[in-house]
Design a protein around this ligand. Structure first.
Ligand code: NDP
Length: 307
């Protein structure tokens, strides 16, 4: 099927959970013909009321249009849903959250079935989808030709962000950012736990905490500069040796406040471990912890460029 009289590309959408339904509303509101399918029937009501066609099977939905968007629970559900579909000549866009390896394997799987493949990682919750300036974005990776050809349609529910031809990169960016978010949530949890039993209003404390975290996000750029330059001691203002010396204060404060330190202790352990890896490690900041995580500590200790 080709574009409608308004020039809008028709879309097939598999999966009408919270996210799929939000995507469907956005395309319909923008005038795109939409054919939908969901494993459990009866979830398309609101979309069909707005003009969506409902397919009786995933294979039937896939047959309806060239551009096929999948937003299901996980990679296994994508395989199950598309098992009987003819993907020959299709442009498959998979917005299901997966691992990078699953995305790469799914790309090969789709190409073997005659489809072009684009993977996506959604950085938004459903109420942000299709809402201008809400901040929703989707990382994409895989077929650049597919991305370019359908960019206008893909940009309807959320801003698009290209991460590369490696089909695993969208998922990798997605999970990397969400992992950083959970680390931040862990820190926020510990901070609120510390004040929990005191006469400190959490509502008054929140903006103080939020402003501090915002100021500290510059650290991402600092770490990137160290990683790309290789000298982890360059421009360091908070030396690792100083920070490790401060750890007992953090642990004692947690004990005084009756708070478990369990969210902090794994990170403190890595900081201490890094300090033992070489003579220059104490002059670094915290970038060396990254090498400990990937098991990439160069022989002789820190990466100062010195022998
Ligand atoms: P929901 O749990 O609301 O919906 C899951 C969807 O997957 C339903 O349509 C469900 O069908 C379908 N499904 C599950 N298992 C199978 C299967 N074996 N075969 C076919 N269909 C199956 O999830 P969301 O819509 O919220 O999320 C969808 C994707 O979007 C996920 O990968 C999620 O990580 C991602 N995402 C979600 C966000 C959110 O905030 N909701 C944010 C960012 C990404 P049925 O109705 O039959 O159960």
């Amino acid at each position: 099927m080709t574009a409608n009289s308004h020039g809008k590309t028709p879309v097939t959408l598999l999966g009408l959970g919270a996210m799929g339904t939000a995507l469907g509303h956005a395309w319909l509101a923008d005038g795109h013909p939409l054919t939908v399918w969901n494993r459990t029937p009866g979830r398309a009501g609101a979309l069909t009321a707005e003009g969506a066609e409902t397919a009786a099977s995933a294979a039937e939905a896939v047959a309806a249009h060239r551009l096929v968007v999948v937003c299901l629970l996980d990679d296994a559900s994508v395989g199950e849903a598309l098992a009987d579909a003819d993907l020959t000549g299709k442009d498959l866009v998979n917005l299901t959250t997966t691992t990078p390896a699953e995305a790469r394997a799914r790309a090969v799987w789709a190409q073997e079935r005659g489809a072009r493949y684009l993977d996506g990682g959604i950085m938004a919750v459903p109420p942000m989808i299709g809402v201008p300036d809400a901040g929703a974005s989707v990382f994409y990776s895989g077929s650049r030709a597919l991305f370019d050809e359908h960019h206008e349609t893909l940009a309807v529910p959320a801003a698009t962000s290209w991460t590369g031809e490696d089909p695993g990169f969208a998922a990798l960016h997605d999970i990397a950012l969400l992992s950083a978010m959970y680390g931040m949530f862990a820190g926020i949890s510990h901070a609120f736990a510390l004040i929990r039993r005191e006469d400190i209003d959490p509502v008054a404390f929140a903006p103080i905490l939020s402003d501090w975290l915002t100021a500290m996000t510059a650290e991402a750029h600092g770490k990137a500069r160290h990683l790309s330059g290789g000298d982890y001691t360059k421009g360091v203002v908070s030396r690792l040796s100083m920070q490790v010396a401060g750890i007992p204060t953090f642990l004692a404060t947690a004990e005084e406040q009756g708070v478990s330190p369990e969210l902090l202790t794994p990170y403190f352990a890595l900081m201490r471990q890094r300090l033992t890896t070489g003579p220059d490690a104490g002059d670094e900041d915290l970038t060396g912890v990254i090498d400990l995580l990937v098991g990439d500590v160069p022989e002789g200790g820190s990466r100062t460029g010195r022998p």
